[in-house]
Design a protein around this ligand. Structure first.
Ligand code: ADP
Ligand code: MG
Ligand code: MG
Length: 951
């Protein structure tokens, strides 16, 4: 905090003050922080200044872990760089030179030394991890002279030239901007490699000789000269500064900006640059490189999980170029089982790290345990083993599926590593969706297998089941999704350019890459169904075709993927409820048999213990109410009675009522509706068993109930015995120019009082009947669309009169209440007047948002997305409550309402009631409950607990 403030102070008051300050003090600002050899200038606490990667490298060094030494250039330099036309602070050069000297001394090797050159990596690292967003340059310091030193030192000419050609390629791509921008183009360097393989008649990169690679270096340099008009810099110093500049520059590349947009990372955070001594995982068979998670990132299981490649450089694992091997023996056996690889083949061709390099494995496992205990969270680490020596290159909180996040948080409480509250803060409410997500209906899946529709198997990278149409590129996915299709984005591998396409897809399928490939990481974060590394896929982007199991599929064809098992199927497969739903709702699974359910129920119990807000569901039918109770509803916050009016032939009676020209004409059909409505309320109140049920009286505009086509009009005319022409005339008389602001809600109640009277009678008769059975009931009668207190006063008096009549006739007393929806701005503004007539308020934030913003939800599609894209609005106000505008009205209404009636009960029943940010607001203004659709209840419970725990 203090660093931010002093930085701001420096920027707003420039020259004189800065100068006099730096004169009066002898020390200058520290821009580089060293690490390595068991000590570090920085620590994990300094991630704002050092970025996540730098801070954790420092921390690992402090913990005595084997980290190749290096130094971090702070994020302040990045901020300075963008505030000063891409120039560095004056002191930076000398500080970097000093840090480099210390590095040289520690390693006994000089940067640029032709006999034994120190090679460096230049790595970006922002405060929040942005996987694959920023670019890294490896093997820096190589040139035509130092490469000879590297050959002598390593005794491996091929390795030296391979390192050199990788460096020139990365430098060309990253620093000189030759990396292709779209999926269509190919990396020009890769083209040269392909060309070389063709002329040499070999298949794989590894078959190229040292001589081939040496030639490639020269060809790469020539390409750079031709394409960029610059000579590849042989001077290591120039290479270093070029790379540093590129990392800072990449903070504003398109991919980084997209990622920041998507995850709300502020632009002014900046990135740090890490300069680190290279270690090599590609020096021979006693070398390797890999990635590990301290727990399984897909399931959360407490087991070391990871992948590695023998004789490879770090980038290769993440890039998904080769299929990696498993770290643990257990994991390796599981992997082999799933792919039908027999034990002998596994042990010889794909041994685990545990078998191949037992000593380094043991050390790695120990470090992972220490890191997890130290950070008290699952860690994701990158490591390289150079000639049997382990080096740690990175650690950070590991990305995980929603399922894993929940399981890890709950397990860590059970292991006494973290507290209940901490567990609640670690699970994002939306992640609960993954526990409720459907799986394929077992019978439908078996049928698909029998029919030979099981095409292939890949890695189970993101749980859940998805069926959709194939799209071969992110842009195609966006196009299909915009047309209303569910999409399976199908790619050889994904890269950060694909993020938008991934976010609209229902599922993601890739042909290459492991559990730590880009596709897997991003899918886990987005909570997408994902199958990665499905090697049986042959994808031809140019023809928009894929070949799989002797079939050719094209764009738009149906595909189903099971992200829990990794299976890929042809066509559509019916989905089936999750384990949690099987236990809670269908009662088809014994809770003791389901680990997932137990985890879910622990977390929900803790959430319920900490939340203050109550949760209710928006439900109209008994079946929905059952789901709601299973998922934790403490009542119904909104029962929309009009939904009941559309069923079967009830609509005819409703139409007859509306079209009648006098009271008597209305009472006749209403008498037919009364027993039906009463029946509805009996079943609903029975399911809710004494929990409060808010029933909203008829709300929608009349025209929604009217017949529209000539055929419908004629049919109805016959049924109710009215001449067709008369009926048609009546219908057009009822036509409204602006129905949402027209004859609806309590305005109907005022003009056609018989309708509300029938509804109140039905509610009260139902309640009395149940009460007489000995059941507890708590109906709450809600009058919609009130704008002035007088409307409510009249309707309420009428309702009380009916209620008394019913109770007297039934000879029982029922506790009931009458309140209103606050959804017209005027009602919020005059809430004190309204509260005199209302025992409760329920904020109908859908209408309140429409009317406060003058924004029709049904018509906003043509401009609202652009508003959000251009940040004119921070988000869609129908999804996330507009706290400053609509929220201000809510706050005002709560205050005024409670001032006039201290015991006033206040809740919310709009869509926002199930959205975490909006729930936080509801908590802060002191609402008593939120009401949302049944499936969002777990999310609401957790969000409410998190709001209560926030300080
Ligand atoms: P990212 O932020 O995309 O993960 P990194 O900075 O971690 O990028 O670098 C990418 C890869 O380069 C890593 O997987 C790591 O294995 C490799 N790498 C980075 N620095 C070094 C180093 N000093 N020695 C060996 N390999 C390195
Ligand atoms: Mg990394
Ligand atoms: Mg409304």
């Amino acid at each position: 905090m203090s660093t931010t403030m002093s930085r701001r102070a420096r920027q707003t008051r420039p020259s004189s003050r800065t100068r006099s300050r730096s004169k009066s003090r002898t020390h200058t600002r520290k821009y580089t922080y060293g690490f390595g050899g068991g000590r570090a200038d920085g620590s994990a606490k300094m991630r704002e200044l050092l970025g996540g990667k730098g801070a954790n490298l420092a921390e690992m060094a402090r913990l005595g872990m084997p980290v190749p030494p290096g130094f971090t250039i702070t994020t302040e330099v990045c901020t300075y760089y963008y505030a000063h036309q891409r120039r560095y602070p004056q002191e930076l050069r000398s500080q970097v030179a000093g840090a480099l000297q210390r590095l040289e001394k520690a390693l006994g090797r000089d940067f640029g030394d032709p006999d034994d050159p120190l090679l460096l990596s230049v790595r970006s690292g922002a405060r929040a991890s942005m996987p694959g967003m920023m670019d890294t340059v490896l093997n820096l310091g190589l040139n035509d002279k130092t490469v000879l030193g590297l050959i002598r030192r390593s005794g491996n000419e091929r390795f030296a030239y391979d390192s050199y050609r990788r460096f020139v390629q990365m430098y060309g791509d990253v620093v000189l901007g030759l990396k292709p921008e779209t999926d269509k183009e190919v990396d020009p360097f890769d083209e040269l490699i392909e060309e070389k393989k063709r002329t040499r008649g070999v298949q794989n990169d590894v078959d190229l000789s040292a001589e081939d690679l040496r030639e490639l270096v020269a060809e790469f340099k020539a390409l750079i000269q031709k394409r960029r008009g610059v000579v590849f810099p042989e001077d290591p110093e120039e290479q270093l500064w070029g790379s540093i500049g590129a990392v800072f520059g990449s903070w504003n590349n398109e991919r980084a900006i997209t990622y920041r947009d998507l995850y709300g990372i502020p632009e002014d955070w900046g990135t740090a640059v890490n300069v680190q001594a290279m270690v090599f995982g590609n020096l021979g068979p006693d070398c390797s490189t890999g990635v590990a998670f301290t727990r399984d990132p897909a399931t959360g299981e407490k087991t070391l999980y990871g992948e590695f490649l023998l004789n490879a450089q770090g980038e290769d694992v993440v890039a998904g170029i080769r299929t990696p091997q498993q770290i643990t023996l257990e994991g390796s056996r599981r992997w082999a089982r799933e792919r039908g690889v027999d034990e002998e083949e596994r042990a010889t061709r794909f041994p685990s790290l545990e078998e191949a390099m037992p000593a380094a494995f043991k050390q790695l496992a120990g470090i992972c345990r220490t890191l997890e205990r130290h950070y008290k969270d699952m860690q994701d680490v990158e490591f390289t083993i150079e000639r049997d020596h382990l080096f740690m290159l990175q650690c950070r909180g590991g990305k995980r599926t929603g399922l894993a996040a929940i399981r890890i948080a709950v397990d860590m409480v059970r292991e006494r590593l973290i507290k209940e509250r901490e567990a609640l803060s670690r699970v994002e409410p939306q992640q609960l969706d993954q526990l409720l997500q459907p799986i394929f209906e077992p019978a439908a899946k078996q049928a698909a297998v029998r029919e030979g529709r099981q095409l292939a198997r890949g890695l189970n990278a993101g749980p859940g089941a998805a069926s959709g149409r194939i799209a071969f590129s992110a842009t195609d996915a966006e196009r299909l999704a915009a047309g209303g299709d569910t999409v399976i984005l199908t790619r050889i591998e994904t890269s950060p350019e694909d993020i938008r396409g991934m976010s609209v897809a229902a599922g993601i399928l890739t042909a290459r890459g492991g559990m730590t490939s880009h596709a897997a990481l991003v899918a886990r974060q987005m909570g997408k169904v994902c199958v990665a590394g499905c090697e049986a896929l042959g994808i031809d982007y140019a023809r928009r075709e894929m070949h799989i199991a002797d079939r050719t599929l094209g764009e738009g064809d149906w595909l189903s993927i099971d992200g829990t098992t990794g299976e890929v199927f042809l066509g559509q497969i019916k989905t089936y409820p999750s384990e949690v739903m099987q236990v809670l709702l269908h009662k088809s699974l014994d809770p003791k048999q389901s680990k997932i359910y137990q985890t879910f129920s622990d977390l929900m119990r803790w959430a319920d213990r900490h939340r203050r807000l109550r949760v209710r569901a928006n439900a109209d039918l008994p079946g929905q109410a059952e789901v709601a109770i299973a998922l934790g509803a403490e009542g119904i916050g909104l029962c929309r009675t009009e939904h009941m009016f559309f069923e079967g032939d009830r609509i005819d009676a409703v139409r007859e009522t509306i079209l009648a020209s006098d009271t008597a004409g209305r009472e006749r059909p209403l008498a037919k509706l009364l027993p039906i409505q009463k029946g509805d309320f009996i079943s609903l109140l029975r399911v809710m068993n004494g929990r409060p049920v808010t029933i909203r009286l008829l709300d929608p505009p009349l025209h929604e109930f009217l017949p529209h086509t000539d055929e419908e009009i004629a049919g109805l005319a016959e049924k109710i015995g009215v001449p067709t022409d008369e009926l048609r005339a009546k219908c057009s008389a009822l036509h409204e120019a602006n129905p949402m602001l027209g004859h609806r809600g309590c305005r109907l109640g005022i003009t056609f009082p018989e309708i509300y009277r029938m509804q109140v009678r039905a509610i009260m008769e139902a309640a009395c009947e149940l009460k007489r059975e000995g059941m507890r009931v708590a109906p709450e009668i809600m009058i919609p669309l009130v704008a002035v207190a007088r409307e409510l006063k009249e309707l309420r008096e009428d309702a009380i009169r009916i209620a008394n009549e019913v109770m007297t006739a039934a000879g029982v007393k029922v506790r009931y209440s009458i309140g209103t929806m606050i959804e017209v701005p005027r009602a919020a503004i005059t809430a004190d007047e309204i509260a005199k007539e209302a025992e409760f308020f329920s904020f109908g934030t859908n209408d309140l948002t429409q009317m406060t913003m003058g924004l029709s939800r049904d018509d906003a599609g043509s401009f609202l997305p652009e508003y959000v894209r251009r940040e004119i609005l921070p988000y869609d106000p129908f999804a996330v409550l507009d706290v400053d505008g609509v929220g201000a009205l809510v706050r005002l209404a709560v205050e005024k309402g409670r001032s006039a009636r201290p015991g006033l009960k206040v809740g919310i029943c709009g869509e926002h009631g199930g959205e975490p940010r909006s729930i936080r607001f509801c908590h802060s203004v002191g609402l008593e409950y939120v009401s949302c659709s049944p499936f969002r209840l777990p999310i609401a419970r957790l969000a409410a607990a998190r709001a209560a725990l926030e300080k």
